[in-house]
Design a protein around this ligand. Structure first.
Ligand code: FAD
Length: 277
């Protein structure tokens, strides 16, 4: 069996101290696990442009494979092209191409509308230089009109030149495998890596999941609620649930896992070790 692909996601820290910790302590620990790459999120509309670029260039200079996210949001094509040229000059070889969510009050003067158009723009500007990842939604994107159209739009992004997809996080393993089957039936033959969000804080997770359309199963909600402020029990339960989820994914043929690390070594590192990878 091929070794599953493992990757780790960061968001750019807001402070210099946060950036130092991320680059020195967190990355040193997580890099020992030999991930294929680290990806760095990008605030749609350029809200983290400098911060994302700062983390990307520091990691790239340290010889680490790093994949900037590029979510155009309210950015226009010129801003996207400038970033592409900068990343190419830095020797970056992989991008995560996204539409992003346009921050309120930013307007919609940009010409790009869907992520598939960004993928086409990257290919037009940079040929085959970048490996391109796009986003996939096993529980369906919240703005989608239908299950079928969301699958078709994933196909459009891949047909526009993306190499593979990373999924939104989920806790229903059946939703992921059903989605893979539906994608295969629609003619998608590129890998769709499973995005995994470790569980550490129930309130934050519940709020975020509501916004991005990821379902937390009722039994997990009830269990977490019953722990109240007992953070140790929440952490222990989260480790068990997410390790089991990852194990089932890998045993059942998922091509790899992309961990939303939230810039923390734990619990990602322990889950990884529990899997015996
Ligand atoms: P699209 O693929 O453009 O899809 C958006 C919606 O439009 C979907 O409902 C889709 O069904 C529909 N659609 C697509 N094409 C068409 C079409 N041709 N006609 C009509 N409808 C269409 N956000 C950030 O701001 N920064 C990040 O760094 C970031 N990283 C992420 C990483 C991953 C792995 C994932 C899963 C999400 C990430 N997001 C990020 C969130 C993402 O930007 C949002 O989910 C956003 O709302 C959709 O982006 P998309 O690239 O999937 O858009």
């Amino acid at each position: 069996m091929a070794k599953p692909r493992i990757s780790f996601e960061y968001f750019p820290p807001k402070t210099e101290a946060g950036k130092d910790k991320l680059l020195n302590m967190t990355t040193t620990a997580l890099n020992e696990l030999n991930p294929e790459f680290f990806s760095i999120t990008y605030g749609a509309g350029g809200t983290t442009r400098g911060a994302t670029l700062g983390v990307v260039s520091a990691m790239s200079e340290a010889g680490i494979d790093v994949a900037p996210h590029l979510s155009f949001g309210g950015d226009d094509e010129d801003a996207v092209n400038d970033l592409l040229d900068t990343y190419k000059a830095l020797g970056i070889k992989r991008l995560v191409a996204l539409r992003g969510d346009i921050p309120s009050g930013m307007g919609t003067a940009n010409q790009l509308v869907h992520a598939s158009e960004l993928v086409a723009l990257v290919r037009e500007r940079s040929g085959d230089h970048f490996e391109i990842e796009v986003a996939a939604y096993p529980e369906i994107h919240p703005e989608s009109n239908s299950y079928e159209s969301d699958v078709q739009f994933l196909k459009t992004k891949l047909d526009a030149g993306a190499n593979s997809a990373i999924s939104q996080y989920f806790y229903n393993v059946e939703a992921y495998f059903y989605y893979l089957d539906q994608c295969a039936a629609a003619g998608i033959d590129k890998p769709i890596y499973a995005g995994i969000m470790p569980i550490t804080n129930y309130e934050n997770l519940a709020r975020f999941s509501h916004n991005c359309g990821a379902e937390i199963p009722r039994w997990i909600c009830k269990r977490m609620e019953s722990y109240g402020n007992d953070r140790d029990s929440i952490r222990k339960f989260g480790l068990e649930v997410v390790t089991q989820l990852c194990q089932t994914l890998l045993d059942s043929g998922a091509p790899g896992i992309h961990f939303y690390t939230m810039n923390q070594v734990e619990p990602t590192s322990t889950i990884y070790k529990n899997l015996g990878l």
